[in-house]
Design a protein around this ligand. Structure first.
Ligand SMILES: Cc1ncc(COP(=O)(O)O)c(C=O)c1O
Length: 448
């Protein structure tokens, strides 16, 4: 029988044709220039440089370490337990049985996926319950949750302003904000970190030539642990007939007596901010992003923001976990007070040990400035070998001289632990030496 009903003759002709084509192929490949490599080659070169420098200095790769269980005040990596300062589990709610049970119950009821975008058939009651709770926390008319915090900034900023507009963002803005600004096509203006005088000048210069202006800031900056002057910002933005968006990723559960964020900390009426954005992945121990705003704004996003309309609805266990965590946060303000006390205590201990805590306000994020990437990496490596897990933040994530160890404080840490780690950090920095060789210089030396 002939395969696929071909006659013996036809099959032979086909086999010859394929054989000729196969034989010819390598010659064509050899003569054709290779396609340029995809991706950001500069980023890859930076990575190779850091890897080479790390290997030369005998520093273990601090990235992608797998934690064996829940990362709280302590964590297990490999078979060893560490004092843990790398997780934004600010109120210790991740792993709380009430939150895990809520997620499990949602799985039992709805399964693990809603199997559609919410606008068509992915809507479940738990979505609205979470949105109503978020809107109540911010005192806004409505709220919307999306499946990723990063994607929330990208799609919302990308959607709300266009090429006729201008978007102003703080120089230390999170990547998701910058990506949203780029996507929008609006004129993008970055102003120096927390410099409202410069923002005022830039708004005066650019605002008259554009249709709309949006100013985007963060309520609590994730690298420096400092905050904007929100009352002054509100007045400035209003004076320039602009709109204001505040990213609360590291503010909810952290700032203000009840953890209600930068507005509560500063005594600002939440209605003075046009768009509150936040993530469910930090204090709320889940995953996703949210927008709290006017009913009209939420309706607009619900029916037209591409990252919402054309993306699956939030998985029910993810929404249920965030809702249970928000309820716990609101019912137990003692957790917020504990976090703030812990962060202030760690700041004081670090300063007493002679460490430079940068501009941190000591609310939950405490950088220990090291002056060079190599010092940061060496100190983090030393600390890891002494049972403390803290992330070095090095070039190119921050400028070389702004390299640091970044401590995320949680309500779960205790004071003896914080005092001990502050002293160990001072020891680690002494062990790391005071040499200020930059990563780039070291890499150049290694290459030469
Ligand atoms: C300020 C800020 N905005 C947005 C995000 C993105 O949130 P997610 O990690 O939940 O996607 C982060 C993440 O760390 C952040 O720090």
């Amino acid at each position: 029988m002939n395969s696929f009903g071909l006659s013996a003759d036809a099959k032979a002709r086909l086999v010859t044709r394929f054989a000729t084509r196969r034989a010819a192929a390598p010659a064509r490949e050899a003569s054709a220039p290779a396609a340029p490599a995809l991706g950001d080659q500069e980023a890859m070169a930076d990575l190779r440089m850091v890897q080479r420098a790390g290997a030369a200095l005998g520093i273990e790769n601090p990235y992608f370490r797998a934690h064996a269980g829940i990362a709280g005040a302590k964590t297990v990596i490999g078979n060893a337990e560490y004092d843990n300062f790398v997780s934004y589990n600010y109120l210790g709610l991740n792993g709380d049985p009430r939150i895990s049970d809520a997620a499990k119950a949602a799985i039992d009821r709805y399964g693990t996926s809603v199997s559609a975008s919410r606008i068509v058939s992915g809507e479940r009651p738990v979505h609205r319950a979470l949105e109503e709770a978020l809107a109540a926390a911010y005192g806004t008319e409505d709220a919307l949750v999306l499946v990723s915090g990063h994607a929330t900034n990208v799609t919302v900023i990308g959607h709300l302003v266009t090429r006729d507009d201008a978007v102003f963002h703080d120089g230390l803005s999170h990547n998701s904000i910058v990506q949203g600004c780029i996507l929008s096509g609006a004129r993008r203006v970055s102003f120096p970190h927390n410099d409202l005088g410069e923002l005022d000048r830039l708004l005066s210069q650019v605002r008259p030539g554009v249709k709309r202006a949006l100013v985007v800031v963060e309520g609590h900056y994730s690298m420096d642990g400092d905050v904007p002057d929100l009352p002054a910002l509100v007045a400035l933005v209003r004076r320039h007939r602009a709109s204001l968006m505040v990213d609360e990723a590291h503010s909810l559960g952290v700032l203000g007596p009840n953890g209600l964020g930068i507005a509560e900390r500063c005594g600002v009426d939440p209605a003075d901010v046009d768009i509150w954005m936040g993530t469910l992945s930090k204090t709320l121990s889940s995953c996703g992003g949210y927008i709290c705003a006017s009913a009209a704004m939420i309706e607009h996003l619900k029916y037209s923001a591409p990252g919402f309309v054309y993306s699956v609805g939030m998985p029910p266990p993810v929404a249920a976990a965030a809702l249970a965590a928000l309820q716990a946060m609101r019912a137990e303000p003692g957790r917020v007070a504990q976090l703030q006390d812990n962060a202030a205590y760690f700041m004081a201990q670090a300063k007493a040990a002679g460490l430079d805590t940068g501009p941190s306000v000591g609310a939950a994020i405490v950088p220990i400035m090291t002056g060079s990437s190599i010092r940061a990496a060496r100190a983090a490596d030393w600390l890891f070998k002494h049972g403390v897990n803290v992330q070095p933040i090095i070039y190119p994530a921050v400028p070389e001289r702004a390299a640091r160890l970044r401590f995320f404080i949680s309500s779960l840490h205790d004071w003896p632990q914080l005092a001990r780690v502050a002293l160990l950090t001072a020891e680690a920095l002494a062990a790391a030496g005071s040499e200020r060789v930059s990563l780039v210089d070291l890499a150049a030396k290694l290459a030469g």
